[in-house]
Design a protein around this ligand. Structure first.
Ligand code: FES
Length: 327
């Protein structure tokens, strides 16, 4: 029944994983523990990794893994039921029960811990806690220096609160609830202003939180602040965005980018393929050379010193009527 080797995924396909355990861990969050249908070991992962799940209603959704990383026989996902979403999370939370088979990809990681970091500050908002819980578990195992600040509106909405308040995390975790009252929002300045040499910051949560952290860490060294979009954020390409044109200097082609469509998607429609993954401006896969024009940068990867020469085409747009790209 079991085998010592993990399941290879040579064609980039999905593995048949069974729901071994499903439980409600917050008012709107369910924990799914997945194991291989045939008892095989699963590909290893590192903290910050995610998998892609094919939901029974035919949607693909990315979820961060929250269990302790490494070789293992299960993946644990925290899924927030989002009635305002496309229906994937509602389908999972309402229809998928223990024993069901969920086609699931091998893990990918665009949000990995930097091995050179001397200390780690983890800032989570809402369901964004899932990859940071895996990080906290790994850092604790390594006996590394870390702190986790976890913002959840109310105690009822705080997934994994029991885990993070266990003695093993004592003194490392601050859990804060503003109960929907902006005047009770946590002031992050004491954490962000005090930056020990070699510190790295990891933030996952709503776009407003990530933008606030981005603004307050402009003076942190390049590459020391990391973001992950957990897929529940507001869209970054909006119907009211102005259309513009991209000119591809290598091929000489010109492509129109309409309102509500990313540069990446506009290129895809013209069969111009650019590597991509998160499509939310956090992983860096779609970095493209900017030859001329003025970009409106909306990503969480580039710093200001890179804004004149590169652009993340999954989320960023143009201020000028034309952008010339190194494609
Ligand atoms: S695809 Fe991840 S930053 Fe663009």
């Amino acid at each position: 029944m079991s085998c010592g080797s993990f399941v290879a995924d040579p064609e980039g396909g999905m593995m048949p994983l069974r729901v071994e355990r499903k439980s409600r861990i917050a008012a709107d969050v369910f924990l799914f523990e997945l194991a291989h249908r045939d008892g095989l070991a699963l590909p290893p992962f590192s903290a910050g990794a995610h998998v892609t799940v094919l939901t029974p209603n035919g949607l693909t959704r990315r979820y961060s893994l929250c269990n302790a990383p490494g070789l293992g026989r299960s993946y644990c996902l925290g899924v927030k039921r989002d009635p305002a979403g496309m229906g994937g999370s509602v389908n999972l939370c309402d229809e998928v029960q223990e024993g069901a088979i969920l086609p699931t990809s091998a893990p990918l990681n665009h949000f990995a811990l930097d091995p050179a970091a001397s200390s780690h500050l983890l800032i989570a908002g809402g369901i964004g806690v899932t990859p940071l819980l895996a990080m906290a578990r790994e850092l604790r195992q390594r006996q590394a220096q870390f702190e986790l600040v976890y913002l959840a509106r109310t105690p009822e909405l705080a997934a994994f609160a029991d885990v993070l308040q266990a003695p093993e995390f004592a003194g490392r975790v601050l859990l804060h609830h503003d109960n929907g009252d902006a005047s009770r929002a946590l002031n992050l300045d004491p954490w962000l202003a005090c930056r020990p040499p070699g510190a790295h910051l990891y933030c996952c949560g709503p776009r407003g939180l990530m933008q606030a952290v981005r603004e307050k860490t402009r003076d942190w060294p390049t590459g020391s602040v990391h973001f992950e979009d957990f897929g529940g954020s507001d869209p970054v390409v909006l119907a009211q965005d102005r259309p513009f044109t991209v000119r591809l200097v290598q091929s000489g082609r010109t492509v129109a980018v309409p309102s509500g469509v990313s540069i990446l998607e506009a290129l895809r429609r013209e069969q111009v393929v650019v590597p991509s993954s998160c499509e939310s401006g956090t992983c860096g896969s779609c970095r493209t050379g900017l030859v001329s024009g003025v970009a409106q940068h909306r990503d969480y990867v580039l710093d200001e010193t890179e804004h004149d020469r590169d652009i993340m085409i999954c989320v960023s747009r143009a201020v000028s009527p034309v952008l010339e790209l190194d494609l």
